[in-house]
Write a protein of this length. Structure first.
Length: 101
């Protein structure tokens, strides 16, 4: 891991690739992010899913960008903004979110 001047270590490309191999629906996004797309049966279930993700995010004090689009799709984007890239916190939360599916 490379250590930045902040509180968390940015992950190397090799570490990111290794973690993505075990990350279920998550893939690399744009500009040092990981993203996951979810299609739910209806709008209400999409909102319920967002609320469950929100509860996990609050517990972790690490918050994804969340986009509800269409009538039943949710896109999640994770990155450690304060570090300018991906850290273990992103993958820890991704794993917890993956457990909701």
């Amino acid at each position: 891991m490379r250590v930045t001047s902040g509180h968390m270590a940015l992950l190397s490309d090799a570490e990111i690739d290794a973690r993505l191999a075990e990350a279920g629906s998550w893939r690399r996004g744009e500009r040092a992010t990981i993203v996951s797309e979810h299609e739910l049966p209806n709008f209400q279930q999409a909102l319920d899913y967002v609320n469950r993700v929100g509860a996990l995010a609050e517990e972790a004090n690490h918050h994804p960008d969340i986009l509800v689009h269409g009538w039943n799709k949710v896109s999640l984007t994770l990155s450690t903004h304060s570090e300018g890239g991906l850290t273990a916190a992103d993958f820890d939360l991704a794993k917890r979110i993956e457990g909701l599916s």
